[in-house]
Design a protein around this ligand. Structure first.
Ligand code: DX5
Ligand code: ZN
Length: 226
């Protein structure tokens, strides 16, 4: 479920049916996917609110999907324990707010979860560089976080490539994830710039043929050269 090499599609629950979340998660599982992306927003770091730990816990038992939990919180350190106990498999935290990032990343692993560091479209790659040896995933936001359905920011591609270059040079093994405006075309562009993990909300849940969408992302028949 957490393999270093393969391409992974992680549908974002934010674009699921808010009145029937479990049905939306079942759709993800029925496609044969392994990952589910769950956005946690606090109304401060981003101007929106989403799910609390009780919702994650309620979805944990019926499903064996890998829960990729993306914190958009001003004070993430206060919430790693409740979400780990709720069943998160990976918790990623933004680099922008001021708190002890290294300690929080260690804390996530100490709670038995994988960890990730996230950066916004306008945050330079150098902001996450000190943490690369201590994370399982780097999440490069390809929209300003807060809402689904926004347009992909192409200007983020060089930063993605820079982080992938560091990963190769240093022989590191973190996953490189993109989130925001991801569809078959933008995923292909991200793949060419080093991404291996693709969050898709709107494009997944609105895809008329979900297995075909999944194969186009995870197992592209005609991958463009890197
Ligand atoms: C945005 C969230 C995303 C969102 C992506 O802040 O982090 O995970 O669900 O939605 P789409 O794929 O619709 O851009
Ligand atoms: Zn997200």
């Amino acid at each position: 479920m957490y393999r270093a090499q393969n391409n992974v599609l992680a549908p974002s629950l934010l674009a699921g049916d808010p009145a029937h979340l479990a049905r939306s998660v079942r759709e993800v599982e029925t496609c044969g996917l392994d990952w589910l992306h769950i956005d946690i927003m606090d109304g401060h770091f981003v101007p929106n609110l989403t799910f609390g730990p009780a919702t994650v816990a309620a979805l944990r038992d019926p499903f064996s999907l890998f829960f990729d939990v993306h914190f958009m919180l001003d004070n993430p350190a206060d919430y790693i324990k409740p979400f780990a106990e709720a069943g998160a498999d990976l918790i990623s935290i933004h680099v922008e707010p001021a708190y002890d990032h290294a300690k929080t990343l260690r804390g996530i692993r100490d709670l038995g979860c994988r960890n990730g560091i996230v950066l916004n479209p306008d945050t330079p790659a150098e902001a996450v560089e000190p943490f690369l040896q201590a994370v399982d995933l780097v999440l490069v936001m390809t929209v300003q976080p807060g809402f689904g359905g926004q347009s992909f920011r192409e200007d983020v591609l060089p930063k993605l490539e820079q982080i992938d270059r560091w990963r190769k040079e240093r022989k590191q093994h973190f996953r490189l994830e993109v989130d925001g405006g991801i569809n078959v075309e933008t995923a292909a562009a991200c793949r060419r710039h080093g991404a291996d993990t693709f969050v898709a909300g709107t494009a997944f849940f609105q895809a008329p043929d979900k297995p075909a969408f999944m194969h186009a992302i995870e197992d592209p028949r005609d991958p463009s050269p890197a």
